[in-house]
Design a binder for this molecule. Sequence first.
Ligand SMILES: Cc1ncc(COP(=O)(O)O)c(C=O)c1O
Length: 403
Amino acid sequence: MERKGLLEELQEIDEQCIMSTYARQPVVFVKGCGARLWDAEGKEYIDFLGGIAVDAAGHCHPRVVRAIQEQAENLLHVSNLFYTEPQFRLAQKLTAIAGMEKLFFCNSGAEANECALKIARKWGKRKEPHAIEIVAVEGAFHGRLFGTLSVTAQAKYQKPYEPLVPGVRIVPRNDVSALREAVTDKTCAVIVEPIQGESGVHPLSTEFLHAARELCDEAGALLIFDEVQTGMGRTGTWFMWQQLGVKPDILTVAKALGGGLPIGACMAHGVAANVLEKGDHGSTFAGGPLITSAALATIEAIEEEGMLDNARTMGEYLRAQIASWRESLPVTEIRGAGLMIGFDLAKPVAREVVRTALQEGVVVNATGENTIRLLPPLNLKRDEADEGLRRLRTAIEKMVNHA
Ligand SMILES: Cc1ncc(COP(=O)(O)O)c(C=O)c1O
């Protein structure tokens, strides 16, 4: 009874006190465990979205919760003017699993990419002539800060904020000859998402990625992989570069790293690892002991509980089940790797499907009018997958038959 009207009350506060940047679904979540969520009325949901690729180890993984509780009792924040142990333990572990040498901690994906762009610019300015151009790919999403927004080549995000950071060249997705033209001796970096997540789970071709590596080597430019969404095991390996055979100079990560808490990192190896020097960059909160303890526990949970293997097998299972819907539902293309899945509907009802799916008890997301995206926890179990698929299928049937 106490909870009655909670949603309406929060919606009213939203309207009055919060800048209206988010189109929220009408639900108040109060509890999560593994791949399940519960709302304020006690209704249970299967979570196929995982907080947009954040809850890799599932909601409230006991190991992560314990790490947070233990650290919270001792020390929360002192700043980067001092040493705290969890930050350094995490740096050692994260660079090892990512195949990188050094990192800079920050608080989000956009900040990780911002750091990558600053390294690239500083590196490029050492060259003669100064190489300050950054090449990015159409449809990419790298963040909403001014630098990252400038390489987020989508008009809907960029238009209201122009003029943007100069020196950015955009090439169409997977267009190798356009890439060849764009990368010159003025280029300091090429930035790519190996699979473009926000624009609808679109993988870049291996041909394009290999060409990017070769062209960067020829031009003395840095190759940046934005693995904010694909990283931390999402696609079945810790990072996607490890299954592509193309190694970037700079690798960014965020989302799943903190087990639900905000943290990002910009990692680098080779020349890129030593570009930033004392005073070049910084962040008050970055690498604090609470969040780095949670991140370390998250990595240990993913590693020890075989979640990378599970991401591969459950990803294949989900894609095969969705493919089987084609016999009776207008499902067209299915894309992705591991537990990063996008599929298209022939009818533009994806947003309605998301709303109906919520009523049916499964959380999914639409990246456009036709595309549904799934980013479930990496420890998703078979029975949870089956139940979530059953509910999602019902939602699609209802919307397709109504449209
Ligand atoms: C590939 C990629 N890069 C960067 C970002 C920005 O991350 P954040 O929202 O943590 O700033 C996102 C967020 O969706 C992303 O998917």
